[in-house]
Write a protein that binds this ligand. Sequence first.
Ligand SMILES: Nc1ncnc2c1ncn2[C@@H]1O[C@H](COP(=O)(O)OP(=O)(O)OP(=O)(O)O)[C@@H](O)[C@H]1O
Length: 357
Amino acid sequence: MTTKVENVRKVFGDFEALKSVSVSIEEGEFIAILGPSGCGKTTLLRLIAGFEEPTAGSIYIDNNLVGNENHVKPPELRNIGMVFQSFALWPHMKIYDQVEFPIIHHSSTPDRIKSNRKKRMETVLKLVGLSDLSERRPNELSGGQKQRVALARAIAHEPSLLLMDEPLSSLDAELREEMRKEIQILHRKTKSTILYVTHDQGEALAMADRMVIMKDGAIEQIGTPEDIYLRPNTSFVASFVSKAILIPGSWEGSVFYPDAAPDNEWDGKCIASAFKENGTYPVRPDEWIMSKKFSGIQVVINNALYQGREIHYSATDQTGLTVNMITPISERYEIGDKVSIQKTGTKVVSVTSTTAR
Ligand SMILES: Nc1ncnc2c1ncn2[C@@H]1O[C@H](COP(=O)(O)OP(=O)(O)OP(=O)(O)O)[C@@H](O)[C@H]1O
């Protein structure tokens, strides 16, 4: 019962919004699609939903061909549920009727649900905590409650695939956090397959079983959150997801020598070949250590943001490269301080310095 996108291309006029995208989603998986604005996330979701026709390639849901350049099965005949960023609720309809709508009208709704409609409605409304509000209309609900109606409507007919397009983007930070948890609980309870579009890396890292990282209409990397965060395959994934900076230097096998501190040796066994080919090493802000006592890349601190448990420093090296660092609160430096920075795990070369604090 997988969903498969095979070599799907989508062209609008003379603009190629998707360039031969392929991805296979297993039953019950939570997949987050992450990428900058305009990279084709929504287009991919709309193609899977059946709102768009592929220019080339094929889409399969539950092993059935649902779309290619000659044939597009309409959304209501695909076994899917959808949640949009705008909620898309009908203003004059009671919550109960909104949630019941797909059970009655989707031809893919299983007969056991159609014939036990009342029971299913009780279950779904309870699952999203709306049992007491079902007689209300959308204008009588808060943002979070409306979001839950949209979720309930999307899952009521037990779709095999749930498509969510930035479903939390119109909620404030607190509600967003709460709804994130609810979606995760819902996923665990319903075991539905979820395709979740977002451009919030924290959200994707926290929620997904696997992440699909897109750029310019193509997939850059597919992997678990840990793979993507710790072992990016491309410069784009390293900087977009992990906020890594690419340090220039030279590679000898799996050892890296940064240009700015060539006596330092960085272990690069887990670094992808793309970085070895372009002579860089990706370092995340939390991977730096700073000191006046060891030899490393010399930088001058130009900004320090106190964040309670940690400090976010920004510093510039002699070439003008700006490095962002997150360090424990115990390490305090002033703006204008000259310090050495090294990647954690590097063999430390001590220097005798009278300026050491
Ligand atoms: N119907 C259309 N006609 C022409 N161009 C379109 C159409 N739909 C999308 N595009 C273009 O295709 C590209 C991908 O759009 P899409 O909405 O998929 O991006 P996105 O990654 O979801 O972006 P965002 O995060 O801003 O929602 C964009 O450049 C967009 O302008």
